[in-house]
Design a protein around this ligand. Structure first.
Ligand SMILES: [Mn+2]
Length: 284
């Protein structure tokens, strides 16, 4: 009897862990894509778009587990995760983040996009002088995560030695992963990229520099870009879901909040690592 009760309790606990109350689930605005029976994504397809991770392997693990539970709780025919780039720098565990992704250690299939931080890391492997700027926006933490001695680097010296060490310590699998990241991905009525797009330029004509780095010209644009741009790169307190773009970068390395914007049909909602109180979406 007691054993049954315990088992029952355990089962309830197990089931409760699979319910949305365990994390923050918020339904965003519904959109209409042209006709009433048109959808922003193909039927039976769900996308988890994950914002900037920046060396927070702990949050990546946490969000991955939430996505795994979400897929069990709400099965969907085709599930795809799109990482919006900036896996490295600033946070403490860049090497672990790259290891997870490079070894496909994630509960869904995924597309890894390139962020400007990966672009700079790849540049540094070819040109040590890049470290003079990279060390000022998170590169030191990435080097340290690959067991590169950074004392001299922090003094603005020893760039060649650091490059040699990173080349030596960076597993081939990691380098291949970084090199294979892509600049953009299109699915249905969504266009995914790291930073954004240049207004007035067709999506298939966008330049790598803009896809990786653009900020104000894109963020300030209110016109349609042809598709809804799903991006990161610009940390905001809460996910922005606007008519022409969706920003999934919630500044994880500093806020502890790593976010996945979930897209299915014409709906969008949010999974994140914050727990606790619900958030409101920014519309308009
Ligand atoms: Mn970025």
């Amino acid at each position: 009897m007691l054993q049954n009760l315990r088992r029952f309790k355990f089962d309830v606990g197990g089931a409760a862990n699979l319910l949305p109350s365990a994390w923050r689930l918020f339904r965003g605005q519904q959109r209409q894509a042209g006709g009433a029976d048109q959808s922003f994504l193909p039927a039976g397809c769900r996308v988890y778009a994950i914002g900037d991770i920046h060396g927070r392997a702990d949050l990546l693990d946490c969000l991955g587990e939430q996505i795994w539970r979400d897929v069990i709780e709400r099965p969907c025919e085709t599930v795809l995760t799109i990482f919006l780039g900036d896996y490295v720098d600033r946070g403490p565990d860049s090497a672990t983040v790259i290891e997870r992704l490079a070894s496909n250690n994630f509960p869904t299939s995924f597309i890894p996009l390139r962020g400007n931080h990966e672009a700079v890391m790849l540049q540094f492997l070819e040109d040590e002088s890049v470290l003079d700027k990279w060390r000022h926006f998170g590169g030191v933490e990435t080097l340290a995560s690959y067991n590169v001695e950074v004392t001299e680097v922090m003094r603005g010296r020893g760039f060649k030695a650091a490059q040699d060490r990173l080349r030596h310590n960076l597993p081939d699998l990691h380098r291949e992963f970084l090199e294979q990241t892509c600049l953009s991905y299109t699915l249905g009525e969504y266009f995914f990229c790291h930073a954004g797009v240049r207004p007035g330029v067709a999506l298939d004509q966008q330049q790598p520099r803009d896809l990786l780095w653009i900020r104000d010209e894109f963020l300030g644009a209110s016109e349609s870009f042809g598709k809804i741009i799903v991006h990161g790169h610009n940390a905001v307190p809460t996910v922005e879901i606007l008519p022409n773009r969706i920003n999934a970068d919630t500044g994880a390395y500093a806020t502890n909040v790593l976010t996945a914007v979930v897209l299915e049909g014409n709906d969008s909602w949010i999974l994140d690592t914050a727990g606790g109180a619900a958030i409101s979406l920014t519309n308009g």
